[in-house]
Design a protein around this ligand. Sequence first.
Ligand code: ZN
Length: 348
Amino acid sequence: MYPKKNKNKYFFSLLILVFICFFCACQSSQNSESISQKNQSNIIENIFQPTKNTPPTLWNYPQKDSVGYVFYLKKRYNAKNIAPIKAKELEKWSKELEKKYNISFKTHTYQKYFNIAYRCTDAQRNHLEYVSKVFFKDTYQKYFKYEPKNPFQIVYFANKDEFVKYTKSSAYGFYQPSTKTLFTYTGSGEGTLWHELMHAFVDTNIEHNIQQWFSEGLASFYEMGGISNDIFLEGYTNWRQPLLIKMLGKKNNLPLDIFLEEEEMSEDDAYAKARFLFCYLWINNKMISFVNAYLYELSAQYKGKELTKKTIDKIEKLLGKNLKTIEKEYNELAKKFIPYQKLQQIKN
Ligand SMILES: [Zn+2]
């Protein structure tokens, strides 16, 4: 599911627990930032001015810090003040979680934006930290323009039973925009974490709605990856590939232009179709340009049929061919690949 800034949709989403994740629909908390600069004694300087056409709550990523200063949540802090701020944040959050679930969590913060509340071992927590740090380092800046406007909160339950008991979800994990929190558990797999983190990254960057095929296509592209020498490796098919091949063989398979028009995907196993669109763009080395254009230009300005038309125009322009040809290539490539296959990227 993809994020809609609408509360009713969110509660509806809570009922649909069969998806790998749900991206619920809640009013995105407009960070009103009402505390005046003067009252923030620990803020040494705040020299930033929003660039033209940039909402004042968003700051370009990465903000450069001079020695001894750290940029965090729209402000620049003296580096020595960050630790107590994070400690306070964790204390407040863990109290909220304990009140909600009536169980205790250990908490930990890293890379200034990640806060985790966990019930696994410290070794498991360290692994979670490592795979999320590398993922952030190697993906965030490719697709996203802005500094996160909220910390990435991860609630990590000890095991599946505990996760199901407390979240009432049968998924591997989910991201909840209303609380800016990702919920998952030990053993749910790194792919789940990366999928849900991608939703969190999108959520902190845009305020408007996006179509589900985009949200889930991008997130599920990152369900499959690896890390070698501290580098995130991407560009693989996964377990969804046979589902896609089955879909493409069906008589009622939606053509690409109709698929791209849907706000929410109507076909069974549509995640597989959305995912492979991103694989196709990745193979053609156009995924970054497309994601940037869709997030910050197309979906920010257009809706409905107009958005679909602009999206198709963009895809055709980026690939230098019409949608019919693209669809033919997409179908042929989809049938060629087996699950968990490394894709080869065209260099251009
Ligand atoms: Zn998802």
